[in-house]
Design a protein around this ligand. Sequence first.
Ligand SMILES: Nc1ncnc2c1ncn2[C@@H]1O[C@H](COP(=O)(O)OP(=O)(O)O)[C@@H](O)[C@H]1O
Ligand SMILES: [Mg+2]
Length: 270
Amino acid sequence: MNKIEIGNIQAEYTDKNGTFLALKNVSFAVREGEFVSIIGSSGCGKSTLLGILQGIISPTSGNAFIDGQPITGPGTNRAAVFQHYSLFPWMTVRKNIAFGLKQAKKDLTRNERYETANIFLKKVGLTGFEHKYPFQLSGGMQQRAAIARALAMDTDILLMDEPFGAIDAKNRSNMQELLLTLWEGDGRSKKKTVVFVTHDIDEAIFLSDRIIMLSNSPGQIAAEFDVHFPRPRIHSTIRETGEYINLRNKLMALFYDENTGVAATEEYAI
Ligand SMILES: Nc1ncnc2c1ncn2[C@@H]1O[C@H](COP(=O)(O)OP(=O)(O)O)[C@@H](O)[C@H]1O
Ligand SMILES: [Mg+2]
């Protein structure tokens, strides 16, 4: 079943210099429980697309549906994590998570919100840091807190916009593994539907069930790849395979090709 459906989206920005076409004819669907990455160079419209799914940007034309309902604004079925500014700087990390819960799960008592916050801080390895403010934490710890907040809200959909973009390489691969571990859960509960924006090809391959590549100016879908590596995934085992190198080379060629505007669809299977 499709959780998200985007049909023929066009997005324009108008300022004193005129009108700029940021997204053109973008159509895709995301199945329930699927992990899809949107990849493309800076300025190709990734954040605009995520903003449309979040309900904070209106497309100029086209359709955007969640569960078959048109997106008309932000909703409690979606949680978002950004590269920066996901946490409120004036709240401790525990308060940040409790505040997210107050919006998403209105029936919880104050105590239940704090208890849930503690549970999710533990999952991301931040026990002992509940009462710290974001500025007292490293970038990686802040992002772990932001992920804890988004997961605690227990929404059907997780929207992530380059959440590990400012984190060093070693911590970044740890964070990717942590994200997948939390997303996969115990295998009993339903998986969240994830739309993950990145400009990092390795990150997209490691995380995704499917990769959608956008071309630049205007942003349109250049190619789509299914990624069939078995889960759970660990970096060290995937990166050495010929299949990984093959897929990476194809993505790199498209990424750095000036003509990525040409539509192509490719099935990638092990
Ligand atoms: N508020 C805005 N006003 C005018 N142009 C914008 C605005 N927001 C984004 N843009 C332009 O739209 C294009 C896509 O932006 P964005 O979605 O942020 O790209 P990405 O996230 O892929 O880097 C860029 O060229 C950007 O300069
Ligand atoms: Mg962006």
